[in-house]
Design a protein around this ligand. Structure first.
Ligand SMILES: [Zn+2]
Ligand SMILES: [Zn+2]
Length: 142
């Protein structure tokens, strides 16, 4: 790749630091997903996903492991995680060549939660308040 991306490279990694990565380029949308799968994966209220280009993402340390699961749309989602601490780091849809979703809580520099588009809000935990003015969808946006 060219040197152009190096200045704006962002770094991140799992909870134990065993898996590290570098991200260049501009990310697309940031989502906060309240679906049941995302609650299970985080064991928490929701999961955040940052759309980034596969070509912009590079593992710089450690060896992630993978597991796959079917998506609602009939695709197969490949999930990358740290084999030591278990942190989920990214998802790819098998066959998709351009975009993947990074779990942005793993970035060293925080993303701005106020930018998140909330999806599957009809599944959100009781009592969870979507920030006022946030773009939101009861299910998956088209
Ligand atoms: Zn780890
Ligand atoms: Zn979800």
């Amino acid at each position: 790749m060219s040197d152009a991306g190096k200045d704006d490279a962002r770094t991140g990694g799992c909870q134990c630091g065993g898996v590290r990565y570098e991200l260049t380029g501009e990310a697309a949308e940031l989502y906060a997903c309240h679906c049941l799968e995302c609650r299970k994966l985080t064991a928490s209220a929701f999961s955040m996903s940052l759309q980034v280009r596969i070509a912009d993402f590079r593992i710089t340390g450690g060896e992630p492991k993978f597991w796959t699961r079917p998506s609602d749309k009939g695709n197969t989602i490949k999930c990358g995680f740290c084999p030591t601490c278990g942190s989920r780091i990214w998802h790819e849809t098998l066959g998709e060549k351009e975009w993947m979703t990074l779990k942005p809580g793993s970035l060293d520099e925080p993303v701005n939660y106020a930018d998140a588009i909330h999806i599957w809000t009809r599944r959100k935990l009781p009592g969870f308040e979507i920030p006022e003015g946030a773009e939101q969808y009861p299910g998956e946006p088209d």
